[in-house]
Design a protein around this ligand. Structure first.
Ligand code: SF4
Length: 454
């Protein structure tokens, strides 16, 4: 607790605030988490990237906070990670032995387990102090899957029903735990996620032997079916309340196992199509653990970044996975996936900006989804010129090789020259996007990095 008075204007106000802090301490002291425990449990959670709060439409029904307020958890680091949730594990004391994980059973690391009330109290304290807007709660498998899930359920249930917390909650589910606890938890939280972890059953067997494809995919499928059923029943007025209003996400570790990007993106596509996932997060493998079955170097941020770009093409640009990359191949590191596709299909370009349909505009490198819609709207009233495109912040450095404006073309004359110029542009932009300070150097680059406009 911070006992220092804030600047609230007058002497009595300061006294009042100190007294309030003191009383708060006296009442809640029994459930305060120790600093050491807090450090261990937040440090241990940092490798999980599957947290983003967008998409919840659940409104406040009385109490504190609101999971759906615009601006809630919309801060992202350059690689897309969301930063205003309290991100913590309930326990890092794991009975499993996933080889890549710093919390695995064999690891010699400090262990800690929090009680449900400690997590609840911490969330409320941080929320009231405006440090966080929501909670991302996960856990190692402590004692057994059912016990861990029971404790996680207790936290979210208490937060909603006893502590009156209506802020955003993202809960990680525990594979192999009783399905009924998962279903109950889904009624208290905004989002749930079960991590796929590794992109194939073979790799799971090798690196996470206590997990299986089935134990990870079955809860996702069940939740998808239950969400659909709940929505239908709510439409008919048979049920009230919420059931995962912000849907499900998952996370895959990239580069700890040998699967190619083509394989990873096919799995991603299947998860979007079959389980209705909101997001698949990619976490490039970081070699914090030494094991002979693990690579000595990480996958690198650029590979992770390329996968996110390809993911956007699948979700917002109308690309099929087959168009992006062959199953056994990796994405190009040299060009972003849309540029790489355009270079393989130069016979389809240039396209006339004043006539091309939306689906075609979305495939032009340098024209993001927002700009494609803007172009369609603007050309109802006028014939667009290159100056108009510059004002719209179209990345002409790339787009000019693939478009004409009223028949005018300012791109390079042949494919070889286009490649050379795009490589130069790409190298400069990639370097800037992967650097948080560089990312902010131009509005165009910030937009590309944060929103995936390609
Ligand atoms: S289940 Fe595996 S990945 Fe999760 S905390 Fe335990 S060892 Fe780590």
């Amino acid at each position: 607790m911070n006992l220092l008075p804030k600047k609230i204007g007058n002497f009595f106000g300061l006294i009042y605030e100190q007294m309030f802090d003191f009383c708060f301490l006296m009442v809640y002291n029994r459930d305060m988490i120790s600093e050491e425990k807090l450090k261990i449990l937040t440090e241990s959670a940092k490798y999980d990237v599957s947290c983003s709060s967008s998409g919840s439409a659940r409104k406040n029904a009385g109490g504190m906070g609101n999971g759906y307020v615009a601006g809630c958890c919309h801060s992202f680091t350059p690689d897309g990670r969301c930063v205003s949730l309290l991100k913590i594990l309930l326990s890092n004391d794991c009975i499993y032995n996933c080889k890549y994980c710093p919390n695995r059973l064999d690891a010699d690391v400090p262990r800690a387990t929090a009680t449900a009330d400690e997590i609840c109290q911490l969330t409320i304290d941080f929320y009231k102090r405006n440090y966080i807007e929501g909670l991302f709660l996960s856990s190692a498998v402590y004692k057994n899957p059912d016990y861990t899930m029971e404790q996680l359920l207790l936290v979210v249930k208490k937060l909603r029903t006893e502590y009156g917390f209506h802020g955003y909650i993202h809960l990680k589910g525990i594979p192999r735990a009783d399905e009924r606890m998962m279903t109950e938890a889904a009624r208290f939280v905004d989002r749930m996620s079960y991590n796929v972890e590794l992109p194939s059953e073979k790799s799971l067997k090798l690196l996470a032997p206590q997990k299986s494809k089935e134990s990870l995919l079955t809860p996702m499928k069940t939740l998808a079916t239950q969400t659909e059923r709940f929505r239908e029943e709510k439409r008919k007025g048979f049920v009230k309340g919420y059931f995962l209003p912000a849907g499900q996400t998952t996370q895959m570790i990239i580069g700890a196992s040998p699967e190619a990007d083509g394989h990873i993106l096919r799995l991603t596509n299947a998860l979007y199509q079959k389980n209705g996932l909101k997001r698949v997060y990619y976490s490039s493998y970081v070699p914090v653990v030494r094991d002979k079955s693990l690579p000595e170097v990480g996958a690198g941020q650029l590979r992770e970044h390329r996968l996110y770009q390809a993911d956007w093409l699948l979700r917002f640009y109308g690309f099929s996975v087959e168009e992006i990359v062959e199953e056994n191949e990796n994405l190009s590191m040299e060009f972003d996936p849309k540029c790489a596709w355009a270079l393989r299909n130069m016979h389809l370009f240039p396209v006339e900006i004043n006539r091309a349909p939306l689906e075609t505009l979305l495939r032009v490198p340098g024209i993001g989804a927002k700009n494609a819609y803007k172009i369609i709207e603007a050309r109802k009233y006028t014939k667009l010129t290159f100056e108009d495109l510059t004002k719209m912040r179209v990345a002409l450095k790339r787009a000019k090789h693939f478009i004409t404006c009223n028949g005018k073309f300012f791109g390079a004359k042949n494919e070889h020259a286009v490649r050379g110029l795009l490589t130069a542009a790409e190298t400069q932009e990639s370097a800037e996007q992967l650097n948080v300070f560089g990312m902010l150097s131009t509005p165009q680059n910030a937009l590309i990095a944060l929103h995936g406009q390609l």
